[in-house]
Design a binder for this molecule. Structure first.
Ligand SMILES: C=C(O[C@@H]1C=C(C(=O)O)C=C[C@H]1O)C(=O)O
Ligand SMILES: [Mg+2]
Length: 446
């Protein structure tokens, strides 16, 4: 990582110059001449500064490792206002998470964790760059000094440690009997036409033999869980939220909007022919088609007035490591480039809450036995030209010796509690199996 330390030295010289004692913003951007010796996640893992955020787009072509907060935002509208105010700074990016209940100001849990980083190491294709932002509402001069101190705390990249945490114990919330009750309650509401669909979830708390390194865990997931977004926000050395999600909430490119209905699930199979048979079954299954089409309806309704020329593509199968899904891509033209508006309209979609949204959310708030917090919210970034958020699914909270895994399933007329339990087991397996697979016995022969 010689290149990076050379850039940091150049930055230090720039920051040591004359700075005004007034509010303002400055950004420095340097391109890397060649690919760094280690990956971005390895670099991020080594850094002792929080918060840190990692993101990889699902086609694998865009990657970012960012850390330190130059400024933190109370909600996405504030973040958007900030980007608009400073739109002459070409590449201002704000990164982070929106909670499931991002629109509820009274919620006990933080609505979001969005920040303008001090430092960003990014990749697009084979191009790498490093960006540093100095922002102050009072004194750029003081902030430049703090940024220099911050840069001195950055360290060289290191290999990620192997995953040695073993699962000692697990606890499901709800456990299967309570799940069965919850599903029958939801089915009664559907029959009584209180709503058409509700997505119910489970939190599984794994107690580990030793704390898990969040970056190493995400790297292990990225290695095997292809066609997914990979994201992580580390709040402290012991606390992080991460995931490998197949689902796009939205991508906005200027005023073009790309979103999707990803709902309807069957198991995957390692054998291609078997997987294809399962996929064909999924394409022709009434209950799964219903789950997916309710999401299409929801998204199209929610976008009314905000987007036009909506195009819904035919259903396709998305094959992942443990499950396969039905996906319908949706494309439209926004009336204006408004990310806060997109988030408000689209999150949570009927793929993770239900339809109608309000009735489904009330059912979840009342009967789901845990607080979703970041699960089924969104993770990503906004900037002037482009913004993208993934739905924070196939996700987990790392809390020292504990790992909380989240998985949910859409309940519609025709859902069966045992099958939906199997479906959430399969979804949780995307992350859970990484621990088992990386287990190496402490005592080795010889
Ligand atoms: C709710 C989750 O996944 C959602 C529910 C799906 C379903 O019920 O078929 C499929 C994809 C996701 O939209 C989850 O992974 O936790
Ligand atoms: Mg389902």
């Amino acid at each position: 990582m010689k290149q990076i330390s050379a850039i940091i030295e150049q930055l230090d010289t720039a920051l040591a110059g004359e700075w005004p004692d007034t509010a303002g913003i400055r950004q420095f951007s340097y391109s890397l001449q060649k690919q760094p010796d280690t990956g971005l996640l390895e670099w991020l893992s080594a850094q002792p500064c929080y918060p840190k955020f990692y993101w990889q787009q699902r086609d694998g072509d865009e990657e970012a490792a960012v850390c330190g907060d130059a400024y933190a935002f109370g909600n996405l509208s504030q973040a958007q206002d900030f980007i608009r105010e400073y739109q002459d700074i070409p590449d201002l990016h704000i990164w982070g998470l929106n909670a499931f209940n991002a629109d509820n100001d009274d919620a006990a849990f933080a609505a979001n964790a969005l920040f303008l980083p001090r430092i960003e190491l990014c990749r697009k294709g084979t191009t790498y760059w490093l960006r540093c932002t100095v922002f102050s509402t009072r004194s750029l001069c003081d902030e430049a000094r703090r940024t220099r101190l911050f840069l001195r705390s950055l360290v060289a990249s290191r290999d990620l440690p192997p995953i040695t945490s073993r699962v000692i114990q697990h606890q499901h919330l709800p456990a299967q009997p309570q799940w069965n009750e919850l599903i029958s309650q939801a089915l009664t509401c559907i029959e009584q036409q209180q709503f058409d669909k509700v997505v119910l979830a489970r939190k599984t708390t794994l107690t580990l033999s030793q704390p898990l390194n969040a970056c190493a865990f995400l790297a292990a997931s990225r290695e095997v869980n292809h066609r997914c977004y990979h994201f992580m926000l580390a709040f402290t050395p012991q606390q992080a939220f991460l995931g490998s999600s197949p689902e796009r909430l939205f991508l906005r490119d200027h005023t073009e909007l790309f979103t999707e209905a990803l709902a309807g699930t069957v198991a995957n199979h390692p054998d291609d022919d078997e997987a294809q048979t399962l996929g064909e079954w999924l394409l022709n299954d009434g209950k799964n088609q219903r789950e997916n089409l309710l999401v299409v309806d929801d998204i199209c309704q929610r976008l009314q007035g905000g987007a036009h020329s909506l195009d819904v593509m035919p259903a396709e199968i998305l094959r992942l490591r443990k499950v396969q899904h039905l996906r319908r891509s949706i494309h439209g033209e926004l009336a204006e480039a408004d990310d806060a508006g997109c988030l408000q309209r689209l999150q949570p979609t009927a793929a993770v809450a239900g339809l109608p949204r309000q009735a489904a959310r009330e059912f979840i708030a009342r009967y789901e036995p845990f607080d979703r917090q970041w699960y089924a919210g969104s993770a990503g970034y906004l900037s002037t030209e482009q913004s993208e958020f993934t739905v924070a699914l196939r996700s987990a909270a790392v809390k020292g010796h504990q790992l909380e895994l989240y998985a949910g399933a859409g309940i519609v007329a025709g859902s069966d509690a045992a099958q939906e339990w199997q479906e959430i087991e399969n979804k949780a397996a995307g992350l859970r199996t990484l621990l088992e697979e990386h287990y190496t016995p402490a005592v080795q022969a010889g």
